[in-house]
Design a binder for this molecule. Sequence first.
Ligand SMILES: [Zn+2]
Length: 478
Amino acid sequence: MFTNAQQLLIKSIIVISLSFVANSYASTENVNTSQRFLTEKDIHQMNVLKNEALSSTLSYQIIESLTTEVGHRMMGSVGDELAVKWAVDKMNRLGFDKVWTEEVTHTQWHRGEALARIVAPYAHKIVVIALGGSVGTGDNGITANVVHFNTLADLKAAKKGSLTGKIAFVSYRMARHIDGNGYGKAVGTRVNGASIAAQKGAVALIMRSVGTDDNRVAHTGVMRYKEGVNQIPAAALSNPDADLLVNQLNRGNPVSFYLKMTSHIEPKTIIKSANVIGEITGSELPNEIVAIGAHLDSWDVGTGALDDGMGVGMVLSAAHQISKLTVRPKRTIRVVLFAGEEIGLLGAKQYMIDHKDEIKNHVLGAEWDFGLGRIYQMKTGVGATALNAVREFAQQLAPLGVSLAASNDAKAQSDMGLLSKAGMPSINFSPDGSRYFDYHHTENDTFDKVNLEDLQQNTAVYTMFAYFAAQTAVDFRK
Ligand SMILES: [Zn+2]
C-alpha cells in the first residue's frame, strides 16, 4: 500500500508523463503538417507494411529454418557451405529479382578441444573455450603458475620478462548495459591480450569470458596475433570459473593451472565461402542501392540464432514484404548476407573490393548484428538536408517506441561499418542490448532465446526503413 504522500507523488509523476506524451504528440502533429519528403501515400504504404510485419511470423520462421536445417556455420565449416546454399534458396523462394554469390576466401583454423583445470592448491575442473584463431598447447598441455591482472591495462603495465614461464590471467568483468557499451571495454583483452602477454614472456593467456551471464559456459570470439610476437595459446573461462580462480589467487599462494588445447591454424589451406546477395529492383532508380545486411556466418558454438540469425531473418523478411507490393519503391533494395564476419569482417572486406566503383551508388545502408532486444532508438549518419527526411520517417516509428537520437554521426554495424567509412550514409538501430552478451558467442546462442514479439517489432522497423529509404528520392549524402 502507498501512503497519501506516495500516492500524490505517483499521481504527479503520471500527470508529468502524460503531459510529456501530449507535448511530444503536439510537436509531431506540427511537423506533420509541413511534411516535404513523405507523401500521404508513402505513409499509408509504410503503415500497411508495419502492420503486416507486426502480425507476420516470417522472420521467426526464417531463423527457425536457419538454426534447424543449418545450425552453426563458422566460415570454412560444412555448416557454412550449407548456409550459403540455404541463403540462395531462401532468397529465390522469397521473391528476390536477382540472387547471386561472391566468393570470399581465408585460411583454415581448427578449434579442436580445450581442457583446463586448477592443479593446486585446490584442484578444480575449469570450463574454457579457445579464442578464435588461437594456436594450441601441444599434446602435453601447459602447466604453469598464474599471474593475475584485473584489467588489460594492468597486463600492459607488467614489466617485460616478468611473466616468463607463467600463464597470464585477466579477470576483468564486462558490465551489463542497455546499449552494450561494456563490450568495447572488455573485448580488447580477447583481441590483443595474447600478444601483449607473450611480449612479457607468458606461455599462455587465459581471461574471463567477454559476457554478462553467470552460466558455466565460456564465450569465444576472434583474437589476433601481432606480427613478430611469439604466438601463445589463448582461452576464455566461464564467469563462474573466473570467479573460482580469482578466489584461489586472493589467498595469496601460488596457483598452478593446466591448459590443453588442440586448436591449430593451417595457413596453407584456403577455405571458401561467399557473400550472398539478393535484390528487389527499384521501379524508377534501379541503380541507386539501399543496402540492408546481416552476417550469415556464426561461431561454431550454439546455432547462431541471435548472432546473426536475427539479422538474417529480419532483412530477408523486410525485402520479401516489399517484393509483394504491386508498385515497387523507386530504388533497388539490396540484401547482403556477409561471409566471415566473425573471423574478421572478411565478407565486408571482399565486398569493398568487388564493389569499389559502386559504393557511391549505395544511397543508404543499415546492418543488424546486435541480437535479440527490441529496437528503442534510431541513430543517423546522413547529410543535413536528408536529416529532415529522416525526422519525418522517425515520426512513423514513434508509435513503436523508437526515438530519434540527437547525434548525427552513426556508422552502420559490423560489416557495413566499412561501407559507412567509405562514405555510405547510414542508419543504426539500437535495440535493448541488456541480455545479448549473456548468450553472445556461446553454446547458449540458440533459437529459444528469440522472442517473437520483439522480432516482429524489429522486422517492422527494418521493413519500414527499407521502404522509406528506397521510396524517398532524397540524396542522403546531402
Ligand atoms: Zn555478429
